[in-house]
Design a binder for this molecule. Structure first.
Ligand code: SIN
Ligand code: NI
Length: 261
């Protein structure tokens, strides 16, 4: 049997691809053992319904888009070990082209089977209370993904459009109608069909989408969101910063936003 070595970091070609397109795929980013550990832990967390902040209750329309838990790492050692993997942080740092990155938060994103809805085209940065751009997400497939179960798609180069208003993920506006005329003409979406254990990174300004899960099994993904060290709070309310007493302009730092590189 041929074994595939997990990459320690991204290649120069992957960095160049990310800078040009706003996203990049990294295959076999997890070892088979790491993958099984994460699959089992996410299943356990959802089965016993604990771990992380819940962002939608049963019956909420958002749950048909994403059954989501946020910041599981704070009290779960298995997820914490995954989120803090130095090789992932180093990939994020190199892609962002910054001296160091911090953790913004993690997200388990499950598309449950049965009346699943697409994740509409959107950018992430408009939801995050950050003054500076540069934050990026690692999206780890914990199941094989394709068009039938919610693989991610991206619009190459859309990060250059800049920040648009945040899209309502349940009752979405058409993000393409917000793009100034002439920008993005001729660009086509790219769908990242991947095996479980492979991942994508995407810039917080890159347009992305995932179709509904039309299969009879959950689509499980685990996301780590990194931000350049020195990123500051812009005062917008967000579930992760709620109750922290942060003043606008304050750096997002300290043990809740740990330095990872
Ligand atoms: C998804 O997993 O369906 C969407 C992820 C994202 O919006 O970053
Ligand atoms: Ni997103």
């Amino acid at each position: 049997m041929q074994t595939v070595q997990e990459p320690e970091t991204v290649t120069d070609a992957q960095v160049a691809f990310y800078r040009a397109n706003g996203f990049v795929e990294v295959d076999n980013a997890l070892t088979p053992l790491e993958l099984v550990a994460m699959q089992e832990e996410i299943d356990r967390i959802y089965r016993v319904d604990n771990g992380g902040l819940h962002t939608a209750e049963h019956g909420s329309p958002y749950r048909k888009v994403l059954d989501q838990r946020v910041n599981i790492w704070r009290d779960n050692p298995v997820v914490q070990a995954f989120v803090m993997l130095p090789r992932f942080a180093e990939m994020a740092r190199r892609l962002a082209g910054v001296p160091a990155v911090r953790l913004w938060h993690d997200q388990a994103l499950v598309k449950q089977p049965g009346d699943s809805k697409p994740t509409p085209w959107h950018q992430d940065l408009p939801y995050w209370p950050m003054n500076e751009p540069g934050a990026l997400s690692l999206w780890m497939a914990l199941d094989d993904v394709d068009e039938r179960n919610g693989a991610m798609s991206f619009i190459p180069g859309s990060q250059r459009v800049g920040a648009l208003p945040g899209i309502n993920l349940v009752d979405p506006q058409d993000i393409f109608a917000m793009v100034p005329k002439g920008e993005l003409t001729g660009t086509k979406p790219v769908t990242a069909r991947m095996r479980a254990g492979s991942c994508t990174f995407h810039n917080g300004l890159c347009f992305h989408y995932a179709g509904a899960n039309q299969t009879d099994r959950p689509r499980r993904a685990m996301v780590i969101i990194y931000m350049p060290d020195g990123t500051t709070f812009n005062g917008r309310p967000h579930v992760v910063t709620e109750g922290m007493g942060l003043q606008p302009g304050a750096p997002l730092e300290g043990e809740l936003f740990p330095l990872l590189t």
